[in-house]
Design a protein around this ligand. Structure first.
Ligand SMILES: Cc1ncc(COP(=O)(O)O)c(C=O)c1O
Length: 291
């Protein structure tokens, strides 16, 4: 089945989908995006994704191209047109197409683009069992990492360095050793007493939707959570470490820069949290990966 994209009001073959080269998304990375999982045609945690997208647009004074209900309808229609039972829905909104000049254009209309990429979560279950490796990288991003902007060059470079080193994810390290988050995931450690620790949702990290959902489930299961900065030395001493994101719900970290974490295998806390998340994913969407 040929893949279909949505570009500014039209469903078009992905290979022909295009925006003008003066679009500010291309010229300045002047835009934001959102990624939600569509499982069995249902968008997991959609209200939270729609709220984050709305907040991002408001923070950057980009007009909303359509309301959350219409956005959901277009997203679901696009997934259906792509015939994908399991997909990642990418929504991108830029400030629009205008003559290249830094200040906001007076009359530009925001550009709305969506794609639906078939996505198989089964490999994630295998990674959940084996764990993943992390490579540390210097934090080189800007001062508003809470905004999900398309300006991802520092994240791209960090992820590439990780993959070249045989690691799945890069952790961003500030000059004082603080671990902020991953290149495309939130970072967590587990203290020996079982307390979960993750960076506070301030301007230094993206407030991940999976981070929030995991927090809610963990609290519901009676676990203690500390939202505070932790540094690399503390991570290396931790009982466990793990990452969360929409496309990698909860994966145990078994090594950082080649040094084993905990027992060098995914620990019981991250495995339990992974199980809680899959239960929640199944509760909302009816989907559970085979494996
Ligand atoms: C920098 C960064 N942090 C965290 C996340 C996790 O966010 P979510 O749980 O909403 O997928 C992402 C997701 O792409 C990200 O890019």
């Amino acid at each position: 089945m040929p893949r279909i994209a949505y570009v500014d009001g039209a469903y078009v073959p992905l290979a022909e989908a295009a925006v003008p080269i003066e679009d500010r998304g291309f010229q300045f990375a002047d835009g934001i995006y959102e990624v939600a999982a569509s499982l069995n045609g249902r968008l997991f945690d959609w209200p939270a994704h729609a709220a984050r997208l709305r907040r991002n647009l408001a923070e950057l004074s980009i007009a909303e191209p359509m309301g959350p209900k219409a956005l959901e309808l277009v997203g679901r229609t696009l997934v259906r047109k792509n015939g994908a039972a399991q997909a990642l829905l990418y929504i991108q909104v830029t400030r629009g197409n205008a003559r290249r000049d830094h200040p906001f254009p007076a009359a530009a209309r925001p550009t709305l683009v969506m794609t639906a990429r078939p996505f198989d979560y089964a490999p994630r279950l295998r990674q959940q069992a084996t764990g993943i490796k992390v490579l540390t990288q210097p934090e080189q991003r800007w001062g508003r990492c809470d905004l999900k902007t398309t300006g991802l060059l520092a994240n791209v470079l960090a992820k590439q360095a990780a993959r070249q080193a045989g690691a799945f994810e890069a952790w961003m390290i500030e000059p004082d050793g603080t671990v902020t988050e991953g290149a495309s995931t939130n970072a967590w450690i587990v203290q020996p007493d079982g307390t979960l620790v993750t960076h506070p949702a301030d301007r230094k990290i993206l407030p991940g939707i999976m981070r929030d959902t995991l927090m809610r489930l963990a609290r519901g299961a009676g676990m203690k959570i500390e939202e505070r900065p932790f540094d690399l030395a503390e991570a290396e001493r931790a009982a466990e470490a793990f990452i969360t994101s929409t496309s990698a719900p909860c994966l145990g970290v078994v090594a950082i820069d080649g040094r084993p974490i905990g027992g060098g295998t995914p620990g019981p806390v991250s495995r339990r949290l992974g199980a809680l998340l899959w239960d929640e994913i199944e509760r909302q969407t009816g989907y559970r990966p085979a494996g």
